[in-house]
Design a protein around this ligand. Sequence first.
Ligand SMILES: *Cc1c(COP(=O)(O)O)cnc(C)c1O
Length: 436
Amino acid sequence: MSHDPIAESVLDLLRDADPDVATIINAEQERQASTIELIASENHVSPAVMHAMGTCLTNKYAEGYPGARYYGGCEHHDRIETLARERAKQLFGARFANVQPHSGAQANMAAFMAAMKPGETFASLVLKDGGHLSHGMKINFSGTFYTPVHYPLHYDESHPDFERIDYEACREVCVEHKPKVILCGYSAYPREIDFARFRAIADEAGALLVADIAHIAGLVAAGVHPSPFPHAHIVTTTTHKTLRGPRGGLVLTNDEELAKKIDRSLFPGVQGGPLMHIIGAKAVAFGEALKPDFKDYAKRVVANAQALANGLIEKGYRITSGGTDNHLMLVDLRARDAELTGADAEKWLEAAGVITNKNGIPDDPRPPRITSGLRLGSPAVTTRGFGADEMRRIAGWIDTVLGSKGEDGATRQVREEVRELCAAFPLPGSAAPARA
Ligand SMILES: *Cc1c(COP(=O)(O)O)cnc(C)c1O
């Protein structure tokens, strides 16, 4: 049960207005409260962020930018968008911010349109080794309207940088293909990114460096991961992953000419009216991330990921690249049991109340629907207040469920223990934990 009085009154209102919708939202609230969320791209927002989204800001058309709108009545919308921009700039140490992208994919689309003409070439990581679909997947805009070439990881086990970015190979790809853009930043890469090294490659190849920090933005904002500035020409991100804001995107740059192009690319190039209620919530989330507490949160996110990784290594699993520097890890399940697949593991763990996603590991021989790996992340459970002890318990539960191959008795037992732990760590906005 949530003890967030505003969430409760919203549900009460919905129960009267639309009981069908209220029932579904209530069930989802229960699911989130009683399960362990290990999906690396998810988080639990604060009540302030949550409720800023449910405000009158949603009623307004505010096409354009502060001071230059296509509709009347935008006085307060100019103020809220300016505040969100100023906070974003402060948070990431950038001169220009566009807070309007509806999502990370749209942020990337605006960056691409600002940096390239249709058909031009960009370089990104081999997609199945940690890239995002907006980094050149064939049926995505990025692979349809632009020409991706890819750089690899180190796939040779004996190399000291095994399963880390092969910067020398990236350099060779870029010198050969002369891409207009080099894209770094990933969806499933557990190690620090060397932005300075990418910039040196970009300079040599005559490319712009675009850093997509969708996953690590919260860690960057907190100084727990090195900043892409001053190296990247353009930085794109989501606002809802480690940054713990509303679902949305953000584009940053220090270059005034690029900033103008990005603004034009996003609106009217990609989007129509901005989601002003989401921009209001972005301002709130950026304000939270500017507070000292958030640094502590980001440090605990990394410590918790490392505790979970170590717990799993002790149980006989292999963590790709040998560990993690950030909020996520890729677990090679075959080290524990050659038959284990990511698809089975995801399904069995969900039945036990542990929510994960199957994910290919570098050079995975299995297809994407099966995979040899699981991607696990600590942002959501850290928000909930879990520490190293809880992470070690989770490693034990994961091993119990997978070791039993999802057997009913073992799954039920773990489900009960998961429920108990979750009850002791209520979600944000809930009452103080009733710890035994
Ligand atoms: C999540 C993610 C995105 C896009 O996010 P959406 O908001 O889902 O569009 C873009 N790039 C990377 C690297 C991501 O991980």
